[in-house]
Each structure stands twice: as C-alpha cells, then as structure tokens.
Design a protein around this ligand. Structure first.
Ligand SMILES: C[S@@+](CC[C@H](N)C(=O)[O-])C[C@H]1O[C@@H](n2cnc3c(N)ncnc32)[C@H](O)[C@@H]1O
Length: 236
C-alpha cells in the first residue's frame, strides 16, 4: 500500500483512514471520472434518489458519505435543507471549491455529529459499501432519523439478467480500471471500486440487513438493469 495520496487504495477490510486517504486521492477529478465511467448515468441515478426520498420544502435531509457534495446538491433541488457529511477532507475541500453553497461537514457515518431524530430523511449514495461496518452505519442512520422518516440507499448492486451480469463483471474487472487510468487522479482506487462492488451483497441480502437495523417497509428498485439499486425504508 502506497503512503502517498496518488496510488492510495483501500483494502476490502475498509479501514477508515485508508478509505479516507483513497478518496483524498481521487477528489480532484471525482465528479468527472464518475460521469465518464458510468457513461453519464450517474445523473439519472442521483435524480432517482431525490425522487425516492419524496422530499418537501423545509424538510431536513442528511446525505452521508457526501464526498464532493454532488449528491447533496441534487437533494437541495427539492427545496429541502440538505447537509452532507464525509470522512475525506480531500473530497470536502474539492466540494467546497466547486459547490460553495452546499453545507458539508467532516464526520464519520458510524458516529454522526447529530442528536437523535434530527432529520426527516437520510440517504447514502455509493458510500455504504465503503464503510467498514455496514450494519452499524444503518443503525446510526436510523438513530438520527425521526420516527416515520425515510431512508434511501443508492448503491451498486447485482445486474438481474445473467448474460448482462457476465458482460458487466468483465467491464468492471478489466475495462473500468483501464479507463480510470486515463481519467482519474488515483486510478488504483478504481481497482478497489471493482473489487468492492463484486463483494457487495445483492438486492435481497442488503434489504434484509436494512430491515435488521431498525428500518421497516424495506423495498428496492433496480436501475440500469440492476447495476445500481435504490433501497427505500421507513424508520420504525
Ligand atoms: C464513492 S464516494 C460517494 C460520494 C457521493 N455520495 C456521490 O454520490 O458521488 C464515497 C464517499 O464515502 C465516504 N466515506 C467512506 N467511509 C465513510 C465513513 N465511515 N463516514 C463518512 N463518509 C465515508 C468517502 O470519503 C467518499 O467520499
């Protein structure tokens, strides 16, 4: 493991300091790399996350693992007050430069800097997979949500069609790291991305974990054939 930000890549045990350093290394070109690697689909995934949260003007929504604030900014289009929290100072600095109006705080998904029941809704986009204790993070999200409040998890998942799944896994393991070498400020991080997606629970398994962590009425919807899934739930 390199000790410099460039070339920094977390291992699958996802130690918080390694994860934060890896994201510090991708921060400079994070938004662009995302859009290139997802063929522009990231924008529609973010819009779908906002719609699934069903936010109303004046509500308070927390975006955990907000990174550069790209997901937080989308939520604010609803008229709700959206605040982002992230572990990586590099991502937060990049966000402050490009989106100075988006409120972003340094904090850990496992110890959120908010009192109980602070938010009408909480969400986490492409970040739950990077937290080293998924179940504890889901419980912590429930703690800061009002009873009856909503959760939406937007995360890479398992394509439903077996033939498409084979093609996608090959893109993930071979082509994606190669494309990342051309566009990212830390291409090694995209090897971790591919490995962490492959090791992540499928739709039904994640739904069961959400339900076991203090959330009710868990449901999901596939996007882009199941490359991404949106899990919704309500605070019990
Ligand atoms: C792939 S980025 C997602 C950023 C943004 N939500 C988006 O949709 O593009 C994942 C983010 O999760 C953050 N992260 C990982 N572990 C975290 C933790 N324990 N607490 C807070 N943020 C964390 C990383 O620093 C990184 O910025």
């Amino acid at each position: 493991m390199s000790s410099t930000p460039r070339g920094q890549r977390a291992s699958l045990d996802k130690q918080p300091h390694e994860v934060a350093a890896m994201f510090d290394g991708v921060a400079a070109r994070y938004d662009l790399t995302n859009t290139v690697l997802s063929f522009g689909q990231d924008r529609s995934w973010r819009r779908a996350t906002r719609a699934a949260l069903d936010l109303r003007p004046g509500e308070r929504v927390l975006d955990v693992g907000a990174g550069t604030g790209v997901s937080t900014e989308e939520l604010a289009h609803s008229g709700a007050y959206a605040v982002g929290v992230d572990l990586s100072l590099g991502m937060l600095y990049a966000g402050k430069r490009t989106r100075p109006a988006v409120p972003l705080l340094a904090g850990d998904a496992l110890r959120l800097p908010f009192v109980d029941a602070s938010f009408d809704a909480v969400t986490i986009s492409f970040a739950l997979r990077n937290v080293n204790d998924t179940d504890a993070a889901l419980r912590e999200l429930a703690r800061v949500t009002k009873p009856g409040g909503r959760l939406v998890v937007c995360e890479f998942s398992t394509p439903v069609n077996p033939a498409f799944r084979t093609v996608y896994l090959s893109y993930l393991m071979r082509s994606l790291p190669a494309v990342a070498r051309a566009v990212s400020s830390n291409p090694d991080a995209y090897v971790y991305l591919a490995e962490s997606i492959r090791a992540w629970p499928d739709q039904a398994a994640l739904a069961a974990r959400i339900g076991a962590a203090g959330w009710g009425r868990v449901a999901w919807r596939n996007m882009s054939g199941g490359i991404v899934a949106l899990h919704r739930a309500t605070r019990a």
